[in-house]
Design a binder for this molecule. Structure first.
Ligand code: MLC
Ligand code: AMP
Length: 486
C-alpha cells in the first residue's frame, strides 16, 4: 500500500491520515470476518456517532462483503426493534456507553452487541474477499407512505455512481475541507459529504451534533472550503448571527464567503432564505434535489447560473423526466409532472418487500412521488403527491407511522398527523386528535408520552383536540381541511 499522509478525518480525539484510516478499516474487516472468507451480505448495524469508529466500521463492513445498516443514534426502542428485526441483523456495533441500554433488545432479537474495539482485537482473517460491485452494500431506512420505514438497499455500484456524479458536478478536490454535522444514517451525510470527500482525498471534520457556535468558530478561522446542509441549518445560522456583535457576525460571514461552495438540499430552500444567505455571505447557494432511493438527481450548476427556488438540471449520468398520469413523458415546459429517475444511482430494492419495490417503478423508471415543472430549462419542485409525507428539518417523516404510535395512547380515539408550514423546520409535525369519552390530554403530557416511543424529531410540535376529525363521504379524513384548525 502506498503511504498517503493526507488527512482524511478530524474528530474530537484527533486527526487520521488516509493510510491510517485504510489500515484500521482493513483490520476491522478482517476482524469481522474472523474465520470466514466473506460475510456474504450479513447485515451489520452501526449505532455510532460521527467519529473515526463510524467510518472504520462502515468501510470495514463493505470490505468484508457485508451489508452496513447505519442507524439513528437517538432512535427510540421500538424503532430500533423494527430496524434490527426486519433486516435480521446479526451484529450491532455500538459505543460502550450505549450498550447497557441496548442489551435487552439485542438479547430478545439474538443480535450480538459489540464495540469497534472488540472487532479490532478479535481473531483476524488473513485475507479480504473480492466483493462484486453488483452486491448489496448498505440499507438505509426511509419513511414513506407505509406505516413502518422501509429499508432502501444500495449496491456498491449505486453508491459509486452516486459519489461519481457529485464529485464530477461539484468539482470535489483533495484540497477540500468540509464539516460533517448531519446525521450519519441518511445519504446527505453518508454520500454527499463523507463518501464524496473520502473518494476525493479531501478532509472531513466529524461533529457528533450541530454545535453552531463551535462550527462558526471554525468557519471564521477559515477551516472549510465546502459547506453542505439542509435549509434548517442555514435558518439556524442566520438566527445565531442575530445574537452576535457586528464584528463577530462579519468574521463568520467572511469565513463562509471564502469557501468555494455552499450547498442546500434535502428540503426546499425558500427564495427568501437563498437571498438572505447571499446578502450575508455573498454565497449563491447551490440547491440540489435527491432522495434516499436515487441519491442526487437534479442540481443547479457549479459553474453557471444558480437560480433561487429551482433545483437545476439532471446530474451527469442520471436520467430524469417528468411524467403525466398516463405514464407519458411531458415534452413541453411549464406542464407539471412526477419526477421519475433512471440510472446506475438508483437503489436495488426495498429490503424484503418485493411488492413495494415493484410499485415504486413504472416501465423501469423510479417514481419519486415529487411533482415538478421545468421553466427555462430549470426544474422547480412543486410539492409531493402524498399528504402523508412530512419533511421536517430535512428528515422525511411518515404521518401514518406517527399516527400508528399515537393511536396506542389510551386516551386517543382518532388522530390525523399533518405538516404545517414552519419558518425553521420547513414543515412542523401537527397532530389533530379526538379523545375517548371523558379522557383528557394536553400537549406537554403527549410529548412526554411520545419520548421513548419515537425519535424526538417526530414528536408533534402542535396539538389540536377536536370533537371529531373532518371526513369525506367515504369516511376518509380530509387532511387538507385540518390545516385551518391550527
Ligand atoms: C431536531 N429537532 C427537530 C428536528 N431536529 N424537530 C423537528 N424536525 C427536525 N429535523 C428537535 C429536537 O427533537 C429537539 O426538540 C430540538 O429540536 C433540538 O434538537 P437538536 O438535536 O439540538 O436540534 P439540532 O441539532 O439543531 O438539529 C437540527 C438539524 C437536524 C437540522 C441539524 O434536524 C438535522 O440534522 N437534520 C438533517 C436531517 C438529514 O440529514 N436529512 C437528509 C435525509 S436524506 P426538544 O423538544 O427535545 O427540544 C434526503 C435526501 C436528500 O433528504 O436530498 O438529501
Ligand atoms: P428522503 O426520502 O429523506 O431521502 O427525502 C427525499 C425527499 O426530500 C424528496 O423526495 C423530496 O421530497 C425532498 N427533497 C430533497 N431535496 C429537495 C429540494 N431541494 N427541494 C424540495 N424537496 C427536496
Amino acid at each position: 500500500m502506498n503511504q498517503d499522509d493526507r488527512i482524511a478525518l478530524v474528530d474530537g480525539d484527533g486527526q487520521y491520515s488516509y493510510t491510517e484510516l485504510t489500515a484500521r478499516s482493513d483490520r476491522f474487516a478482517r476482524g469481522l470476518l474472523g474465520s470466514k472468507a466473506d460475510l456474504d451480505e450479513e447485515r451489520i448495524a452501526l449505532l455510532l456517532p460521527a467519529s473515526l469508529d463510524y467510518v472504520t466500521a462502515l468501510q470495514g463492513v463493505w470490505r468484508a462483503g457485508g451489508i452496513a445498516i447505519p442507524l439513528n443514534t437517538s432512535a427510540a426502542g421500538p424503532e430500533l426493534e423494527h430496524y434490527l428485526g426486519s433486516t435480521a441483523v446479526t451484529r450491532l456495533i455500538a459505543t460502550r456507553e450505549q450498550q447497557r441500554a441496548l442489551r435487552a433488545l439485542c438479547q430478545q432479537l439474538n443480535v450480538a452487541l459489540l464495540a469497534v474495539d472488540d472487532i479490532l482485537a478479535g481473531h483476524a482473517a488473513a485475507a479480504l474477499p473480492e466483493v462484486d460491485a453488483g452486491r448489496r452494500a448498505m440499507i438505509l431506512f426511509t419513511s414513506g407512505t407505509t406505516s413502518k420505514p422501509k429499508g432502501v438497499v444500495l449496491t456498491h455500484n449505486a453508491i459509486r455512481a452516486q459519489v461519481a456524479t457529485l464529485v464530477d458536478a461539484w468539482e470535489w478536490r483533495d484540497s477540500d475541507v468540509i464539516p460533517l454535522f448531519l446525521p450519519l444514517h441518511h445519504i446527505h451525510g453518508i454520500i454527499n459529504v463523507l463518501s464524496c470527500a473520502l473518494h476525493s482525498g479531501a478532509t472531513v471534520h466529524l461533529m457528533p451534533r450541530l454545535d453552531i457556535p463551535a462550527l462558526c468558530a471554525e468557519v471564521a478561522a477559515g477551516t472549510f472550503s465546502l459547506f453542505m446542509a439542509v435549509p434548517t441549518v442555514y435558518v439556524k445560522l442566520i438566527d445565531y448571527f442575530g445574537t452576535l456583535t457586528a464584528a463577530g457576525q462579519q468574521a463568520i460571514c467572511d469565513g463562509f464567503a471564502r469557501m468555494r461552495l455552499n450547498v442546500s438540499g434535502s428540503a426546499a430552500c425558500p427564495v427568501k432564505l437563498f437571498q438572505q444567505w447571499q446578502a450575508l455571505t455573498g454565497q449563491v447557494l447551490l440547491e440540489r434535489y435527491g432522495m434516499t432511493e436515487i441519491g442526487m438527481a437534479l442540481s443547479n450548476p457549479y459553474r453557471g447560473e444558480r437560480r433561487a427556488g429551482y433545483v437545476g438540471q439532471p446530474l451527469p449520468g442520471v436520467a430524469v423526466n417528468l411524467f403525466d398520469e398516463d405514464d407519458k413523458v411531458i415534452a413541453s415546459e411549464a406542464t407539471p409532472g412526477e419526477i421519475r429517475i433512471q440510472g446506475d444511482t438508483v437503489f436495488l430494492e426495498y429490503w424484503g418487500n418485493a411488492a413495494a419495490t415493484r410499485d415504486s417503478f413504472r416501465n423501469g423508471w423510479f417514481c419519486s412521488g415529487d411533482v415538478a415543472v421545468i421553466e427555462d430549462g430549470y426544474y422547480r419542485i412543486m410539492g409531493r403527491s402524498s399528504v402523508d409525507i412530512i419533511k421536517s428539518g430535512g428528515y422525511k417523516l411518515s404521518a401514518l407511522e406517527i399516527e400508528g404510535v399515537l393511536l396506542t395512547h389510551e386516551a386517543i380515539r382518532e388522530v390525523a398527523v399533518i405538516g404545517l408550514p414552519d419558518a425553521t423546520w420547513g414543515e412542523a409535525v401537527a397532530a389533530a386528535i379526538a379523545l375517548r369519552e371523558g379522557a383528557v390530554l394536553d400537549h406537554a403530557e403527549l410529548k412526554q408520552w411520545c419520548a421513548g416511543r419515537m425519535s424526538a424529531y417526530k414528536i408533534p410540535k402542535h396539538l389540536r383536540i377536536l370533537d371529531a376529525l373532518p371526513r369525506n363521504a367515504m369516511g376518509k379524513v380530509t387532511k387538507p381541511d385540518l390545516r385551518a384548525h391550527f
